[in-house]
Structures are given as C-alpha cells and as structure tokens.
Design a protein around this ligand. Structure first.
Ligand code: 1GP
Length: 255
C-alpha cells in the first residue's frame, strides 16, 4: 500500500468507506497450522487490516510471527502493542497508543520514550492513536493491567471531550475500546457523539460478536471495526461481518 496506511484510512474516512480489521493475539494464535487455516479463511473475505496484539505476551519477540504472516497474507499488518516491548520492523505500521482515557503516565508517555528513537529510525509507519477504554460491563484485562478506570458507558460527553483532547494533542486516530470479550460493546450513542466531535478516523472494538453489533457500530459512525474473540471461537463469522461491510460500502440498505 504505497500511500501508507494512515493516508488510506483518512481517504476511506473522508469518502465514508468503512474498514474491517481482525485482531490476532500472538498468544492465542501460537499454533502455525491453525493460524494458516485461519489466514485462509481471512484471505477469501474482504479484510482491510490485521492487527497484532494482546494483553499478555509470553514471548516479546514477535518477529517470527510477523514474518510468518507476511509469507502467507497480503493483508497489511498493524501492530497494536499491549506494551512497548512488542515491536517489529517487519510490520507495515504500528498504532502508537496513548491511553488517554486513563491517568497512568506510563501509558500516556512512559512506555513510549524507550522505544521512540528506534521507531523514528525504522521504516515502520507510526500512527499516533488516542486509545480510550470504555466500560464494557465487566473488568477487562486492559483496565486491570493498565491500572486505569474505563470511561462509564453512559457518559458520552466525557468520551467526546477526551477524544477532542486527543485530536487537539495531535493524535491521528481515536480508538474506542470496550475490551476484548466485552459483554457490552461501545454504545451507539457514544460512538455517534464521538464521531461528530472529531475530524479524524474513529476505530471501535471490543465485544463485537454479532453482525447486529457490527451494524450498530458502523451505523453510529465507526470508520473501522475490530474483531478478535468471536473469530477465535468461530472463524467463519468473518464471512458474515465482511458481507456487512461490503453492503455498507456499496451503500445498500442492509436492514
Ligand atoms: C479490539 O479488543 C478488541 O479492540 C477486540 O475485542 O476480542 O471482543 O472482538 P474482541
């Protein structure tokens, strides 16, 4: 993708084209044969990006995984690091996450400093991303491990003010995260309010495990949805959700 991932995302956002990303957790997808099968299923559907990340990383060297993925798929690979240690220059881009819903300095700037010089020197595309945890109905790995409280999911004005602050600080993406396996995905009214408050692409993830939830998030204004858990249980779900995206992008009424 010559124009770069962010420019592509920006263009898609401006032309109201939605994107779909699949989250691969290196710990869950550690079996190469299963991963190959999974990639085959992904390959026969319209997937825009593969995000790679997870909360618990037993092996911080993700280079072999990235190389393996590169050898088997053309889908752009975007690092979604649970911590600063998990970086690989072989990926296409990295979401340089700042956890702006929280007040933990380590995740706002601390973990960024040790990797900054290496990232700047590398060829990897770095995309500054305002990452916002939204209460998904139960404590999640991210809120526990990050020592931060999520934004209450009935407080859209806090979410939109946080997103605006992120945009004004120079972040290029806002990511609303209900947490992997969330019982309640980010509510539509919150997505709507954030969407109309900012002029940068909006990613929504966490607990999107039915096509209805995917449609709700897209209708509310998500420019990209990210799906992890559900595909670990049922890889074929990708067919349904990628069909939903296709219909959205063809501007067909799918109700
Ligand atoms: C990515 O954490 C999400 O933002 C993924 O959530 O695993 O619930 O799809 P799920």
């Amino acid at each position: 993708m010559n124009e770069g991932i962010y420019n592509h995302l920006l263009r898609s956002y401006k032309s109201n084209q939605k994107s779909l990303s699949v989250l691969i957790d290196p710990e869950v997808h550690s079996n190469k044969n299963k991963l190959s099968q999974f990639l085959k299923v992904l390959g026969s559907n319209q997937i825009d990006y593969i995000f790679i990340g997870g909360s618990l990383i037993k092996n911080p060297d993700i280079n072999p995984l990235i190389k393996f993925l590169k050898s088997r798929t053309e889908i752009p690979l975007v690092l979604f690091p649970g911590n600063g240690l998990c970086l690989s220059e072989s990926a296409d881009a990295v979401l340089f996450l700042s956890l702006i819903s929280g007040r933990n300095p380590e995740l706002l700037i601390g973990q960024h400093v040790p990797v900054a010089a290496a990232l700047k020197k590398s060829n990897i595309e770095v995309i500054p991303t305002g990452y916002m945890l939204i209460d998904g109905g139960r404590p999640t790995s991210v809120s526990y491990l990050s020592f931060t409280n999520p934004i209450p999911n009935d407080k859209p004005e806090i979410a939109s003010s946080t997103a605006i602050a992120g945009e004004l600080l120079g972040m290029k993406l806002i990511y609303l995260e209900a947490g992997s396996g969330a019982q309640i995905p980010v509510p539509a009214f919150m997505i709507q309010q954030v969407r109309k408050s900012i002029d940068i692409p909006l990613i929504v993830g966490g607990g999107i495990n039915t096509t209805e939830k995917a449609i709700n998030a897209l209708h509310a204004g998500a420019d990209m949805i990210v799906i992890g858990n559900k595909l670990e249980q049922n890889p074929d779900f990708i067919k349904d959700v990628s069909y939903v995206l296709k219909k959205f992008n063809e501007s067909l009424d799918i109700h």
